[in-house]
Design a binder for this molecule. Structure first.
Ligand SMILES: Cc1cc2nc3c(=O)[nH]c(=O)nc-3n(C[C@H](O)[C@H](O)[C@H](O)COP(=O)(O)O)c2cc1C
Length: 257
C-alpha cells in the first residue's frame, strides 16, 4: 500500500461472507445495516483492488503475557476478530525498557536515541487505526516499564496520531483502577486521539493469573469496549472519506507565559 494511502482514500465494500446463523440476531442486524450502507467492517480496499484490514495495536504492560491483563485483552481480541479487524499484541511489561532522559535527540533523529523496542513499536503505532494500552495496577498506578515505553514512544513519535482511536484497560486485584485508567488515557488525549469507552471504566479484577476470567462484569466491559472501539474506528474511516481530517493549526508552545 502506498504510504499515506489511508489518509486520502478509504473505500468500503459490502460483505461477501456468508450470512451468519439465524440465532446470531445481533450480528445479522449489524450486517444488514452494513449492507444498506455499503460498509464492510474492518476492510479497506484500494482503488487498484488491494485489500487490507483495519488494525488495532495492543500494548500489554504486564510482565506475564498470559496473566490477567492478557485475559482482558484476549476478550477484546475475540470481538475484533468477529468485526474483521486485525490485532497485533505486543507484551511490553517483560522487556528491559529504560525511561526518557529528556535529551531531545528525537527531535533531530525522528526516533528515540535508545534503539530498543520503543523504536520497533513506533512504525506500528503510525500504521494502526486503533491503540489499546493495558496495564496491571501496581501501587495504584500503571506498570513502570509500560510508562517508560509510553513516555518515550509518544515523545519521540513523529506520526500523526489524530483520529486513531485509543482505549486503556487496567487490571487489579482490588484497588487503584480508576487512577491508573486516568493515567493511561492521558497519552491519547494529548495526541488528538478519540477515546473509546465502555459500560463501565475499563477495569477487570483478578489477583493470581487466570482469576480475571471469573470477573464476568469486567469481561463484559472488555467486549463492549471492543465493539464500541470497532464502531468508532469504522465511523472515523467513513468520516475521513466524507469530510477529511479536521484542519490543523500550528501548535503554539507558550509555557504559561
Ligand atoms: C508490585 C505490585 C503492585 C501491585 N499493586 C496493586 C495495587 O495497587 N492494587 C491492586 O489491586 N493490585 C495490585 N497488585 C496486583 C496486580 O494488579 C494483580 O495481581 C493483577 O491481576 C496482575 O495482572 P497480570 O496477571 O496481568 O500481571 C500489585 C502487584 C504487584 C506485583
Amino acid at each position: 500500500m502506498p504510504p499515506g494511502f489511508r489518509r486520502h482514500f478509504v473505500c468500503w465494500r459490502p460483505p461477501d461472507r456468508e450470512r451468519p446463523a439465524a440465532n446470531e440476531v445481533e450480528k445479522t442486524a449489524k450486517i444488514d445495516y452494513n449492507e444498506r450502507n455499503n460498509v464492510r467492517t474492518g476492510l479497506i480496499e484500494a482503488p487498484h483492488g488491494e485489500v487490507t484490514f483495519m488494525k488495532v495495536l495492543m500494548l500489554n504492560g504486564s510482565p506475564k503475557p498470559n496473566g490477567n491483563t492478557g485475559l482482558a485483552l484476549k476478550e477484546m481480541e475475540k470481538i475484533f476478530a468477529a468485526e474483521g479487524i486485525e490485532v497485533e499484541t505486543i507484551v511490553v511489561g517483560n522487556k528491559d525498557i529504560r525511561g526518557c532522559v529528556s535529551c531531545g535527540s528525537c527531535g533531530r533523529l525522528g526516533r528515540c536515541v535508545f534503539d530498543d523496542m520503543v523504536n520497533e513499536i513506533a512504525p506500528k503505532l503510525a500504521e494502526c487505526d486503533g491503540l489499546v494500552i493495558a496495564s496491571p495496577v501496581y501501587y495504584a498506578s500503571a506498570n513502570a516499564t509500560l510508562i517508560a515505553c509510553l513516555d518515550r514512544l509518544f515523545y519521540s513519535n513523529r506520526a500523526d496520531l489524530s483520529m486513531k482511536v485509543g482505549a486503556s484497560v487496567v487490571v487489579a486485584r482490588r484497588g487503584g483502577c480508576s487512577a491508573t485508567y486516568d493515567e493511561l488515557n492521558k497519552y491519547f488525549t494529548i495526541s488528538g486521539m478519540p477515546v473509546a469507552s465502555s459500560q463501565y471504566w475499563n477495569s477487570v479484577h483478578g489477583g493470581v493469573p487466570g482469576e480475571a476470567s471469573q470477573d464476568a462484569e469486567g469481561m463484559q466491559t472488555m467486549r463492549v469496549l471492543a465493539r464500541n472501539m470497532a464502531f468508532l474506528m469504522k465511523s472515523i474511516a467513513l468520516g475521513k472519506q466524507e469530510y477529511g481530517l479536521p484542519e490543523k493549526e500550528q501548535h503554539l508552545w507558550t509555557n504559561f507565559v
